[in-house]
Design a binder for this molecule. Structure first.
Ligand code: GLO
Ligand code: MG
Length: 348
């Protein structure tokens, strides 16, 4: 898909392979066949994505030796190039391996922490060879089920040591924390982008520490995603997004973007447009799940729908009468402003 220009923004789109999935959930097995890797890339290309988000083990098995890893990464890079796709980021998947049951860099066992750090360094090597400098950290198990399980002072120290080890491993990489308040843990350390940036500011190279914000993660925190985006853009730290939607304070639903609350989605697009998102090569990423009920041949609709809704909301943003909005703001008539926005969304 060609880039969408909106205000100062330039929107290009990315997606991760896990967004196409065979439908297993914690209560039931898969319900449709998994697409092959080649088919997934073809579907992403057809829908109009420009870049792919990776976990390290999406590229090759996690514990493969260095020579074979490098060969696999080269082959993947060629596959992407042939399709005209870029690699947006690589994230170390530290939440599935037997060595990370108690977490990665905050595990109580030093040998497990070493595994997490070594694997993350390897993830950096994979990312660089794949052509991206962005490393996303979704700290899935860096937290506690019960407060007494880990010493918080030690955990925060380990957090900084881990970030420093990654920043020192290569002088060009950028770390994007994708923070989430809970799930799978009862409580994750540093549940918001602001927490992560505060920690980032104490590392050896704060300018290479930023965030990727997922809409649903902000909602689970009780924060509006557009205001979270705006804060991080104001700080020059919003380097990625995972757009999706969420119906209330439940498990992380990863619903199609805008499918629950159009106005909340509109505000996200509006803020991204005003903040000039994408001009430094940032992608508008999706993190959405298909409903379990979808049959395989239509199990990619949530992706196409999310992009369609995003584009439709870009049109709404284009139609915003800035002078009118400024007038409502200066007269403090927010009731009139509210009706204006709702009618804009209703197509009136
Ligand atoms: C889960 C996260 C997860 C990450 C992905 C990339 O809540 O959103 O899907 O985005 O693993 O690190
Ligand atoms: Mg995500």
């Amino acid at each position: 898909m060609s880039v969408i220009k909106l205000g100062k923004a330039q929107f290009r789109f990315s997606v991760g392979p896990w967004n196409l999935h065979p439908g297993a959930d914690p209560f039931g097995p898969t319900v449709r066949e998994e697409f092959s890797w080649e088919k997934k890339l073809q579907i992403f290309k057809e829908i109009g994505f420009d870049a792919i988000q990776f976990h390290d083990d999406d590229v090759c098995p996690a514990d493969l030796n260095p020579a074979e890893t490098s060969a696999r990464v080269k082959a993947m890079r060629k596959q992407l190039k042939d399709l005209g796709l870029a690699a947006e980021f690589v994230a170390p998947r530290l939440w599935e391996h037997p060595n990370t049951i108690d977490g990665g860099w905050t595990a109580n066992d030093a040998t497990m922490r070493k595994y997490a750090t070594d694997r993350s360094k390897r993830c950096i090597d994979i990312a660089l060879e794949l052509g991206t400098k962005k490393i996303v950290l979704w700290p899935a198990r860096e937290g506690t089920y019960i407060r007494e399980a880990k010493d918080p002072f030690e955990s925060y120290k380990r957090y900084r040591d881990y970030l420093n080890a990654l920043l020192n491993h290569d002088a060009s990489i950028q770390i994007l924390g994708e923070m989430k308040p809970n799930e799978p843990m009862d409580a994750m350390y540093m549940p918001s982008p602001g927490h992560f940036l505060a920690m980032g500011a104490t590392t050896v190279d704060p300018k290479r520490v930023g965030v990727l914000i997922e809409s649903a993660h902000s909602m689970l925190l009780g924060v509006d995603p557009s205001e979270d985006f705006a804060l991080c853009m104001a700080l020059g730290k919003l380097w990625g997004v995972h757009l999706n939607d969420q119906d209330g304070l439940k498990y992380d639903q990863d619903k199609s973007f805008g499918a629950v609350n159009l106005r909340r989605a509109f505000n996200q697009v509006w803020v991204l447009a005003r903040g000039g998102f994408g001009t430094k090569g940032e992608y508008v990423g999706l993190d959405v799940k298909a409903m379990r009920t979808q049959k395989q041949d239509v199990s990619m609709r949530h992706l196409a729908n999310s992009l369609q809704i995003f584009k439709d909301l870009c049109e709404k943003v284009e139609r915003v009468d800035e002078a009118k909005v400024a007038g409502f703001r200066s007269s403090r008539d927010y009731e009139a402003l509210e009706l204006y926005v709702v009618q804009l969304l209703l197509g009136k």
